[in-house]
Design a protein around this ligand. Sequence first.
Ligand code: ZN
Ligand code: ZN
Ligand code: FE
Length: 759
Amino acid sequence: MNRIRINGIVQGVGFRPFVYKTAKKYNLRGYVLNSNDGVEIEVEGKESDLVIFIETIKKNHPPIARINHISIEKFPDIGYPDFLIRNSNESCGSTFISPDLRICLDCIDELHNPENIRYKYPFINCTNCGPRYSIILTTPYDRPLTSMKSFAMCNVCRREYEDPNDRRFHAQPVACPDCGPQLSFLDSLYNEIDGDPITNCYNELKKGKVIGIKGIGGFHIACDATNEASVSELRRRKKRPAKPFAIMCNINHLRNIVKCTDPISALLQSPLAPVVILPKVSPSPIAESVAPQNANLGVFLPYAPHQIMIFSEFDALEPLYLVMTSGNLNDEPIATDEKELIGLCDFYLTHNRTILNRCDDSVVVPSSKCNVILRRSRGYVPSPIHLPFVSDSILGTGAELKIAFCLADDELYYMSPYIGNNNSKDTEDFYKEMLDKYQEWFKIKPKLAGCDLHPDYLTTHIAERMRIPLVRIQHHHAHIAAVMAENKLDETVIGVSFDGSGYGNDGAIWGGEIFTTDYLGFERQYHLCYMPLSGGDAAVKRPVRIAYAYLEFAGISNSFLKGMSEFEKKIVSQQVKNNFNLFQTSSMGRLFDCVGAMLGLYPEITFEAQSAIALEQMCDIKILSEVTAYRYRILKNEIDIKPLLEDIRNDIVKGKSHALIALRFHKTIIEFTVNAIREVKSKTNIDKVVLSGGVMQNMILFESLIIELCKNNFQVYFSTELPNNDGAIALGQVIIAGRMKGKVKNVFGNSGANSKENK
Ligand code: ZN
Ligand code: ZN
Ligand code: FE
């Protein structure tokens, strides 16, 4: 008899029926059950069949299952008469919860099949698809512990639920029109409107109305993306002047609006179904105000059945493109109840299945090296990241933007969903709610926390109030450590962190950093020379003020700058002269803001990196190798960028094209970064380079740095499972805090690191 234990994402994903069917096929006897940490199988039969059985489990398991570990022990045969799916041991709740998954092809077929009992039923799902994470109250994942508990299964559904040969065997959200949740269509005062909710919704969208649509992990606010007036109205209501909106449409219309490769098309249609940022095509039916002055567009496909219905029922008439933006005010957590959206929508397409755990859409941007994750949420969370570092119950609380925490135990690192992008009360409440739930679900009571060094971050305060040992960690050290951990590195590396802002050990605002570092500490080898930030973080919203102060400080004429009053100029000049209300910064993000403002892009920005994105998009990367860098100086520990600013100013005054200036600016950063890293190598002999920080979302920098560093015989490591921005920082905090307090050990010995990119 073989006792097989499998852990990973093996519950709620059709794993037991798959094991059952496989065992039956090979005439094996025994049982399978959901256990504490996955699935347990006892199986006996002919030895050659057992070998095939195990191989089949490893190789042909359900596509959405993920096996982290499999162990096999041999015992004498017990003499099982048959193979059974046994009930789980109720006392031991599983610690694995599947993410929410895009509707599968079988369910889409049934949704469109008039013969099927779930024809046009907007809550169709099966073991291979549908909601999981967003409907779970607590573990184990079992119907009475989900928001489906208020819907009693009818006989038809129950028969399917109990039949191991059925695609809906133990699919907890199984439902049909007779017994399951229902859609309704409400006006702005929440009165229900008669008629078919999907038809009503479609008609109002085409009339230009703004509609709140309840989805899987929260509400979207939708409007017709080809209708300029509707999109502008949505921007006004959401208080979001310019940040791009994502577009949902059918796969067959996708190429009318963006350029898309086959692998990306597969990602869009996968169970993850993220928003993917792709180059716009032109001409395009999409209103300019959807992603103003932006060469790219975020797109995703309908992933819930009712979304499929909105997009398919009327598609023959005219292709439908909808803005589908998170249902919230700018940067707040996503709403799960229409009452939270009061004043934002004209109508609501809602339903009576409660969303217990909110979860935003995930966002991915493809690069030539990998798919870069900008936001890791729906489809990904709460799947843990499995690393060869054993942690002893540690929490990383995150930073201030793109907030996400990480709760870790053993070799499993659970990242929270994207929580929010500010320190509002709602963000704090959502944070605490998720932290409580994660502790309960995954049975981890943190004994140690890592937080940011910044004394005033919300996440720092949350860590302080936990009354457990706390390690305060420099922001960029954590950025680099997160990428190191993901790449299983445990040695001293050259770490690059190009970022917006992070509190430095000397009280300055860091963000253009090259360290030699391991988990225990870092040496700051190079940083961008300190420049003055007038008014600190308040200046971040006004790049022209940053530019004015930088040029003033560098002694470069700044009279050409537009978008500032004489009064403001005078104040900033005084501040620089008297060193009053000034913060020192080495931030790469601010350098982008400065150069963007010098080129007259945005005197004022309304979302993070607005200038940097515009600068990147001005560049024609095809001629990058043909242009020369501007001047810079690599000093003892600093990279002096003042000559760069002077050259840019001179080019502007000479009337050189902005596209060329932007490209040469990028070229300069790539060149001085590679040169500084080579200097570090010549001193230390370290040839492993880790790239991190929000500025690595700039694809020209990211890709060019990888290419140039590889040419110079460096091994380059970067993130593929987590974002480069502050959304990953909590993982770095966990590893650093744990290592400092002796609570993280690697399982491969001190040398064993794998290179991901070494070409
Ligand atoms: Zn399905
Ligand atoms: Zn039913
Ligand atoms: Fe950061």
